[in-house]
Design a binder for this molecule. Structure first.
Ligand code: FES
Length: 109
């Protein structure tokens, strides 16, 4: 599968998460303060909560329900109660298009 358009880069608000769905895969897309765009799995691994409803802080996205913050780079939770990572997806920018392939997950490191 190839990368598909998730949204327009110009639609993203810095330090806010936006929920997108590609082929049934829900993702939280974030434009961070450095201008980098990230895409991680949208569902918190602690509960059925949309991470896109949470809070961006630097390169983390915090779940509003119980406060676990997930790295936008590795998908790993940085604090409890969540302890399982969310997937991280490769993002490509093409002009004003944010392209994401939902089948390509980056390795956590
Ligand atoms: S549901 Fe996300 S930290 Fe509990």
């Amino acid at each position: 599968m190839t990368a598909q358009r998730a949204c327009a880069l110009s639609e993203l608000v810095q330090d806010e998460a936006r929920r997108v769905e590609i082929d049934g895969v829900a993702m939280a897309v974030v434009l961070d303060g450095n201008g980098d765009v990230h895409a991680i799995g949208d569902t918190c691994t602690h509960g059925d909560i949309s991470l896109a409803e949470g809070f961006v802080d630097g390169d983390t996205l915090e779940c509003w329900a119980h406060g676990s913050a997930f790295s936008l780079r590795t998908g790993k939770p940085l604090n409890l109660p969540a302890y399982e990572p969310v997937p991280v997806f490769a993002v490509t920018i093409d002009g004003d298009d944010v392209l994401i392939d939902p089948t390509v997950k980056l390795e956590a490191n």
